[in-house]
Design a protein around this ligand. Structure first.
Ligand SMILES: Nc1ncnc2c1ncn2[C@@H]1O[C@H](COP(=O)(O)OP(=O)(O)OP(=O)(O)O)[C@@H](O)[C@H]1O
Length: 262
């Protein structure tokens, strides 16, 4: 049974249908990719899953329960964590304090009295995402890539069962992205389920177990990376032509050759 099921979800904004009868799932303990061209409806799907956006139609099931009517905080309390495309950290606080605040918010009143245990956990989270050297820096002074890792640490502070990541690698360089991919694989192996919106196809193809592709609000393909890579509908959605119709260049094309990344 999937941990998360998005069932026939429609979201309309006036005359714009942002999500159109989307149906997809995310399994326990694996990384699932949600990809698609700009404006395809990915962020809107995330908003529906986290409770920020009420669907016009359809249901969201999480851990075998219908959570469609649940508010954001109730879903968060039940293990749904999320990072945003736009960074959300408190700029005037240090990196360490940002993680501490996140931990205290999620840990409830007891976290205020966490003492050593709380402090150790914050340090562990910083270490986990590899930003310990920035712990004392103000959050608004660190590089964008580091700020993304801080977002992840803040999210991990809630010990999520389902982690939704919205373009987590943007701002990371190639080495940082590789390390980030390894971290995601580790988190999934420890039982965290990850649903990731990401434009870096090398990362998506190398870490995802399953991928769902949105185009104009509709799921046009679902499957393993190798299947998605060669799916003509996906090629068409991204590049405007099917594989074989033209020159598919892994450097410039959005979907790289699968042998490069798997
Ligand atoms: N609040 C809103 N009001 C009106 N239209 C919206 C709203 N939010 C999103 N849209 C529209 O819905 C469609 C899907 O947007 P969404 O942000 O979900 O796409 P996306 O796949 O996340 O795009 P990107 O990759 O560029 O972030 C777009 O046409 C967008 O303009």
């Amino acid at each position: 049974m999937a941990l998360l099921e998005v069932d026939d979800v429609v979201v309309r904004f006036g005359g714009v249908t942002a999500v159109n009868r989307a149906r997809f799932s995310a399994d326990r303990g694996v990384i699932t990719g949600l990809i698609g061209p700009n404006g395809a409806g990915k962020t809107t799907c995330f908003n529906v899953i986290t409770g920020l956006q009420k669907p016009t139609k359809g249901r969201v099931r999480y851990r075998d329960r219908d959570v469609t009517g649940w508010p954001v905080h109730r879903r968060a309390r039940h293990g749904v964590g999320r990072t945003f495309q736009r960074l959300e950290a408190f700029g005037s606080l240090s990196v360490r304090d940002n993680v501490r605040v996140a931990q205290e918010i999620h840990g409830g009143p007891l976290a205020w009295f966490g003492g050593r245990r709380g402090a150790v956990s914050v340090e562990m989270l910083l270490d986990r995402v590899g930003i310990t050297e920035y712990a004392d820096e103000r959050a608004d002074s660190i590089p964008t890539g580091t700020a993304r890792l801080l977002e992840l640490a803040r999210c991990l502070a809630s010990d999520p069962q389902l982690l939704l990541l919205d373009e987590p690698s943007s701002g990371l360089d190639e080495t940082e992205t590789d390390a980030f991919g390894e971290l995601l694989v580790e988190l999934a192996a420890e039982g965290c389920s990850i649903l990731m919106v990401e434009h870096d196809m090398d990362l998506v193809m190398s870490v995802c177990h399953d991928i769902h592709v949105l185009d104009f609000g509709e799921i046009i393909a679902s499957g393993a990376p190798a299947d998605i890579r060669t799916n003509p509908d996906v090629q068409r959605a991204y590049l405007g032509y099917a594989e074989g119709d033209g020159d598919l260049d892994g450097d410039t094309g959005v979907i790289p050759a699968v042998e490069e990344v798997v």
